[in-house]
Every structure is written in structure tokens, then in C-alpha cells.
Design a protein around this ligand. Sequence first.
Ligand code: SF4
Length: 167
Amino acid sequence: MDKLNLGGIIKESIVDGPGIRFVLFAQGCRHNCPGCFNQELQAFRENAIYTVSQVLDMIDALPHLDGITLSGGDPFEQADAFGELAKACRSRRLNIWAYTGYTFEELIADPEYRILLEEIDVLVDGPFLFEEKDPLLPFRGSRNQRIIDVQSSLLSAPNVRLIRTTN
Ligand code: SF4
């Protein structure tokens, strides 16, 4: 079974997507965005190692969750293991959000990334751009980032279907 290398876990968050969410922070990211708010998660070093099964046990102990959010770091650098986790969570009727420094177009073109992409409901994509930073944006840090309905976009590619927010 695949293992996850994590920089942290928040078991109940209300700010990383709608509802109450279990948030996993991937260790490792190659985007190196100036102004990154999680710089300690950029290094590709072994941090906290969990099996997918261990994480599922923690999730199953929280029956009031609405979903899980994959953040980072960049979860697509561990697409196999996060894909396995996301698939198991979808079977539990949990909603899956993921944050990435890659664009949707980059992910859909690479079979290794698609393993995870195809298990996600909502993707917040693109690098954090300091010059486009806006603290008032819901669920994203800079204006270039998009909140994407992944399942609809996979069917309509190359057109990307966005989820509308109030800002
Ligand atoms: S993608 Fe996210 S974690 Fe990675 S460098 Fe950019 S802001 Fe930091």
C-alpha cells in the first residue's frame, strides 16, 4: 500500500473548502512561489509517514466530516498515494478538494498526475502569484488561481468549468 509523506494534518477545518474538512498537507513542492505561505513544506524530505490505511482510520473516526482537502506542498508530487486515499474517501461519499501549483491543463496532460486528478471534485490550481495576492478571495490566495469543477472539466476538456464564488 502506498505511503503518504505529510507536513501536517488538520482533522477538522472550516476554511479549506466548504463544510467540515479533514486537511492533509503534502510534504514537498517544486513550484517555489515567492511569498509561499508554507515554505517549510517545499523540501522533498521525509517528514511524517502514514499509510493510506492509517489516514482512513482517522477519517472514519470523524463521521461528521463533509470532505477532505489535499494541500501542501503539492499533493500531485505523491499522486499515487493521494489518488488511493481520494478514491477510498469518494467511496465513503466524502467530497474531495485539492490545491496544486500546477494548472489543470498541465495535470490533465500527464498520466501520472491524472491518477489523482480523476478522483478530485474541486481543484484550486496554479502557483501563488504575490502580485495577484488578494486576502479577500474565498479559498484561494491569488487571482490567477481557479476553483475548478474537475469532474465536469474532465468531460468538457479542453474547456475548464469553474465554480463561481462571490468574489
Ligand atoms: S504551490 Fe503552494 S506550497 Fe508550493 S511553493 Fe507555491 S505556494 Fe508554496
